[in-house]
Design a protein around this ligand. Structure first.
Ligand code: 5GP
Length: 185
């Protein structure tokens, strides 16, 4: 179908600035649509249910898995996260490009199920910059930060699996590159 939107999966380590770059891309191009994942992790103080995530209980999450409501789902740092299938398919069929902000395991599932999906790796200028950004955020305790840095090392190595790499040196530049990729054919 030619008027189908493009599915763009943005991956990259925790703290690289995926959320910021994607928000800027949505400002640049309001026709893009960001999928809202479901998760059973606790909301952070500034997070809003239905905006940042659909926050659900663990048992509700399991029910959604069993009802095949997820395009993909994965466990990250002990918590389950999933992409609601119906909303994504509706937007794509309506011709909108859809952005997924998910971890590498989820991105692999999406690529296997939908090879036409575009995997975009958002990379930090360096590992030191990534660590500094994670610590600045300071919403996690030291154990959680170390766990995320460990995961980040693994996720950085997966850059080569992706279709494109965008370096987040400057948010506006990275966002403009993402918008361009969402419209590439
Ligand atoms: P955070 O807890 O920092 O919001 O997210 C942790 C990780 O889970 C991030 O790498 C984020 O991209 C990923 N994530 C968020 N939603 C989903 C989802 O629906 N599926 C998968 N596989 N990963 C997700």
């Amino acid at each position: 179908m030619t008027d189908q939107g493009r599915l763009v999966v943005v991956v990259g380590p925790s703290g690289v600035g995926k959320g910021t770059v994607i928000q800027r891309a949505l400002e640049l191009d309001p026709a893009l649509w960001l999928s809202i994942s479901a998760t059973a992790r606790e909301p952070r103080p500034d997070e809003v249910n239905g905006v940042d995530y659909h926050f659900v209980s663990r048992s509700a999450f399991v029910d959604m898995v069993n009802a095949d409501e997820f395009l993909e789902w994965a466990t990250y740092a002990g918590n389950p996260y999933g992409t609601p299938r119906q909303a994504v398919e509706d937007r794509l069929h309506a011709g909108q490009s859809v952005i997924l902000e998910i971890d590498l395991a989820g991105a692999r599932h999406v690529k296997a199920a939908l090879p036409e999906a575009l995997l975009v790796f958002l990379a930090p200028p360096s590992f030191e910059v990534l660590e500094a950004r994670l610590r600045d955020r300071a919403t996690e305790d030291e154990d959680a930060i170390l766990r995320r840095l460990q995961i980040a090392k693994v996720e950085l190595a997966a850059e080569s699996e992706c279709d494109y790499v965008v370096i987040n040196e400057d948010v506006s530049t990275a966002a403009a590159e993402l918008v361009e990729l969402a419209h590439s054919s």
